[in-house]
Structure formats: structure tokens, C-alpha cells
Design a protein around this ligand. Sequence first.
Ligand SMILES: Nc1ncnc2c1ncn2[C@@H]1O[C@H](COP(=O)(O)OP(=O)(O)OP(=O)(O)O)[C@@H](O)[C@H]1O
Ligand SMILES: [Mg+2]
Length: 308
Amino acid sequence: MPNTAEVEKPVASLMGVTKKVGSKTLVSNLTLDIPQGQIFGFLGPNGAGKTTTIRMMVGLISISSGDILIGGRSIKDHFEEAVAQVGAIVENPEMYKFLTGYQNLKQYARMFPGVTKERIDEVVTLVGLGQRIHDKVKTYSLGMRQRLGVAQALLHRPKLLILDEPTNGLDPQGIRELRDYLRHLCQTEGTTVFVSSHLLSEMELMCDVVAIIQNGRLIEVKQLKAVAGAALPVGETLFEVSDPQAAFQVIGRGRSTEEGVVVEATREEIADINVRLVTAGVKVYAIRELSRSLEDQFLEITGGEGIE
Ligand SMILES: Nc1ncnc2c1ncn2[C@@H]1O[C@H](COP(=O)(O)OP(=O)(O)OP(=O)(O)O)[C@@H](O)[C@H]1O
Ligand SMILES: [Mg+2]
């Protein structure tokens, strides 16, 4: 798939979004672009303002000042058009426990003209509910209920899927599966996913970009994954080789260590360097990314005040 994220408009933009309740400012002047086709993480400790922000994005609560655009439409001026482009699970989704998952989806689909039976089958496959879709919801595990919630949120093909702490309560296997089907969704339907969490490690595995908030304020937006084809540096890479000196000569930059050569390189450059080393007769034993973890970077940014 061509990478058009740079040229396309963001699927959503938060512009100076502020939420005040009484004298308390819960979210303060939050400005953020959510690029199309990515998995965008929204990371912050408990009470940071994640849910409050998401509630504003889906129109559950009003914005005190600023605005949110979804697909270019203002949530203030064109509420219906803006929220029509969003699918979300914010609180526990409404489900009829005595109906099957499939019957629930059929009920829900009636709210949207144009949702066909084929589309229902498609979302069931997407979230991997399989045959369990014909069992009653009251027999579902938490993870299965969540899948059904995501399926429901996807029925009308939203441009933006918003999930508030979707990994809460899931076991490691469930978290992994969520990650896989969100990625699949992003790739097959081009859906942009906005997902909140208070866990750094999780965001690192799941997201392309992460915005960090603390005390209602945006601290930083970080690109986590190099997009294929884009010339984004991916941090430092160690080429573990048979002859570091020779390798250093071949690469022509970086620094040599006992094990090999450390160099800042993009994905494409890594592949290229590897070919050059091998061609020059240097044995490459391993290629390892040395970039610091998000956790390290986060600690640096916040001066040691960790998230978890
Ligand atoms: N209606 C409200 N009135 C007053 N304060 C509120 C209200 N709703 C939320 N808050 C406060 O706003 C802050 C942000 O809450 P929010 O639920 O958005 O945080 P969060 O990042 O989602 O946290 P968590 O990780 O615990 O879900 C908290 O201090 C919370 O107590
Ligand atoms: Mg929350």
C-alpha cells in the first residue's frame, strides 16, 4: 500500500481543546493531528485526561474552548457529520445479553442505512469472533465482548476508530490478538485507530505514533515506527560483525565498538549497509536496534516522573 499519510489531511485534529468543570481544568489547550491510516496511541497516567478528551472527540461531553475536526468537519458546527465518521468504545458498549452477538450486530446495524449482511459478516471476521458470534452474549468472556464492541463500532465503516483503554482486563494473549486485528483493520480498511492506555510497553508494541499527556496537557508526540518508504531515522543500529574496523571502513560513518559498528540509519539504509558489508567479505552476525525505549525517553522528558 502506498504511504500517503504525509500528503493526506489528518483524519482528526484537536485544536486548542480545553475542558473545564467549575474551576478545574481537566484538559488544557490540547492541539494534536491524527494522521490517516495509523495506529495512534494516547498515553498518560491515571487522571491525565484521556477519557475526558475521548469523550469530547465522540461528542459525549461539550468542549469548553477550542474545536475538534473529524474528516475536516467541526464537532461544534457540524456535529452529526463529524461523529458519523467515528466508531468508538468509550464506556461499556450497550449489548443485549440474551441475544447472540450476531443478533446484537443486526439490531445495531438498523441504525445505519447501508450496512449490509455482508458488512456484518466482514466485521465479525475482522475481529475474529468466528462461530461464537451465534452464541448468546451472556456466555461471552470479557475479551469476546470487547471484540463484539469493536465489530459494532466498525459496522458503518468509520474513518476513525477510538478505543479507550481497550487492553484493560485482557490477558496477554487477548492483548496480542487485539494488536493483530487492529493492525489488520488499519491495513485492509485504512481505518485510523486512536487508542488510549496508561502502559508504555503496550503502546510501543501497538502504535505507530504516541501522544503523551499528563495533567491534561500534551507533553510530546513521538513517532514509534518507521513507516516503510519514509526516510525516518530509526535510531542507532548495531551491526555485529567479524571485523569492526573493516566494517567501519565500508560504512564510512558511525562508530566502531568491540562487537561491531553503531550507526544511525533508516530501514532502507540498514538493508543497504548489510549488502555492502557482505559484499566486502565482512561477516554480519546480527543487526540490532539500539534505540532507547519510549520509557527511557519519557523519563527524560518528564524529569524522572514515570508513568507506571
Ligand atoms: N465530571 C468531572 N468533574 C470533575 N472532575 C472530573 C470529571 N471527570 C473527570 N474528572 C477529573 O479529570 C481528570 C481526568 O480524568 P480522566 O478520566 O479524563 O483521566 P484518564 O486519563 O482517563 O484516567 P484513567 O487512566 O484513570 O482512565 C481526573 O482528575 C478526574 O478526576
Ligand atoms: Mg480513562
